[in-house]
Write a protein that binds this ligand. Structure first.
Ligand code: URA
Length: 181
């Protein structure tokens, strides 16, 4: 990805923000895009959103060593603007390939942008969240995918943490039900 010179976002970002956590984890978490802190460090979810995400996964007994984290976009759009349709169309196949290589058992999508693009839906996140769907990321393997609310949204609307926690409990239940003994 570091050589993907055709993507305009690469040229305005400070760093490629590829992934964090454990690439062999059973759960892959996909956020939206690096923010200012992530762009500076080259690591996804290191800012305030990431701190809340750490607390969210800790509430179901997970940490960065037991999940694999990435974003829809590996570069911060300038000024945190929304990516263009061309940019997301260019980068989505790279995300799908990333999932194929990491081979997670489960995928958690955070926020409307990731949910809509990965699930190929025009519905909003409130409609898409909280329900397991199988997605084939291009390797013929149907992977259970759950969409939930983005921590940035939860920082702005803390009353919605209840819904996010319901989703986390669904995730915990699924992880426990097929735990490798
Ligand atoms: N928000 C995201 O979606 N991803 C990050 O890495 C940071 C904030």
């Amino acid at each position: 990805m570091a050589k993907l010179d055709d993507c305009p976002l690469k040229h305005t970002a400070s760093n490629l923000c590829f992934a964090d956590g454990n690439p062999g984890a059973r759960l892959m978490i996909i956020g939206e895009a690096p923010g200012r802190d992530e762009d500076r460090m080259g690591v996804p979810f290191v800012g305030a959103d990431g701190q809340l995400l750490d607390k969210m996964i800790a509430s179901i007994g997970l940490d960065r060593a037991s999940v694999y984290l990435t974003n829809l976009l590996p570069w911060r759009p300038p000024g945190n603007r929304s990516p263009t349709d061309e940019e997301t169309a260019m980068l989505l196949p790279w995300l799908f390939r990333h999932v194929q290589l990491a081979k997670p058992e489960f995928v958690l999508l955070l926020g409307g942008a990731a949910a809509k693009l990965v699930l190929g839906s025009h519905d909003g996140i409130m409609k898409l969240r909280g329900r397991w769907r199988d997605v084939d990321f291009g390797d013929g393997v149907p992977r259970p995918v759950l969409a939930s609310l983005h921590p940035a949204y939860l920082l702005r609307s803390p009353a919605q943490k209840r819904l996010a926690f319901e989703d986390l409990l669904l995730l915990a239940k699924r992880l426990a039900s097929v735990a490798i003994k």
